[in-house]
Design a protein around this ligand. Sequence first.
Ligand code: FAD
Length: 281
Amino acid sequence: MRTFSFEFFPPRDEIAAVDFGINIGRLLRLSPSFVTVTFGAGGSSRERTFALVDYLQNKVGLNTVAHYTCVDASRKKIEEDLAALHEMGITRLMLLRGDPPKGSDCFQTPTDGFANASELIAFTRSLYGNHFSIGGGAYPERHPEASSAEEDLLNLKRKVDAGCDFLITQFFFDNSRYYNFVAQARAAGITCPIIPGILPLTHFNQLERFVRISGAHIPDSFLQDLETHKGSPEKIAQIGRAYATAQCRDLLLSDAPGLHFFTLNKSRATVEIFESLMGTV
Ligand code: FAD
C-alpha cells in the first residue's frame, strides 16, 4: 500500500516547539501513514529526538519512525538506545550511518562502533530479529562520498541485504534521476520499496543550503524561475510549491510507492501540495 509520510526534527527551543505544535496539528489532519523524527548530527539531539518520538508514538498515537545514527556511538551505547526505543513501543527505525561531525571531513568509525549503516542494521537485526521494520537512506544522485554510482549501488544492495525493509531517498528535483535509480536498483536485485523524498523549496536561500551541498540536479527552467523571482519570497514559495506538486503528481502517476515529505517542521507547503493532489492520491 502507498504511504504518505512526514519527516520532523526535534524543535530546538520553546518558541520553535510552539510553532511546531501548530504545524503538526495541521499536518496530522492529512492522516499520514507514518511520521519520522531525525537524529541530530553526532547524536546531538538524542534526548530531544527520543522525547519527541515517545510523544508522537504514545501520546498522539502516530506510527512513529525513529531515525538513529551510529556516529560516535559504541555497540554498548547503541544497544542501550535500541532498548530504550523498544521499551517505548517503537517498531520502525530509520537506521543511518550519519554525517561526520562539524569540522571533520570524513566519517571516523568509533571505537567498538560501526563503519556504515549496513553494520548498524545487521547489528540491530542480530539483537531484535524482525521486531523492527528497518528503513535505510538511498541517494538517486549518489551519496557525495561514493566514488561512483556503481559503487554506491553495490553498497546499497549490501545495506538492503543486511536487513532493510524499505528505503527513503534523499530529495531530488528531477524525477528522471529517481526513475533511473529505481530501475538500476531493481536490476541490482533490490526489491524493497524505494520511497521518494520530497523537499518543497520555499525560500531562495534553500538553494544554497540544501541543494548545492547535496548536489541535487535542478532542471534549468525551475532554476531560472527561482532566480528570476529571488527578490520576492512569496513568489518563490509559490513556485516551489507548484513545482513540488507537479513532481509529486508525476511520481504518483508513475507508481511511486509513496511520498515522504521533508517538512522542515513547517506545514503550509505540504498541506497545499496534498490538497492539490486530491484525486491523484
Ligand atoms: P551508508 O549507507 O553507510 O553509506 C555512506 C557511504 O559509505 C556511501 O558513500 C556508501 O557508498 C559507502 N558505504 C556503505 N557501505 C559501505 C561498505 N560496506 N564499504 C565501503 N563503503 C561503504 N543524518 C543524520 O545525522 N540524522 C538523520 O536523522 C538523518 N536522516 C536521513 C534521512 C534520509 C531519508 C536520508 C537519505 C539521509 C539522512 N541523514 C541523516 C543523512 C545521512 O546520515 C548521511 O547522508 C550519511 O552521510 C550517510 O548515511 P547512510 O546511512 O546513507 O550511510
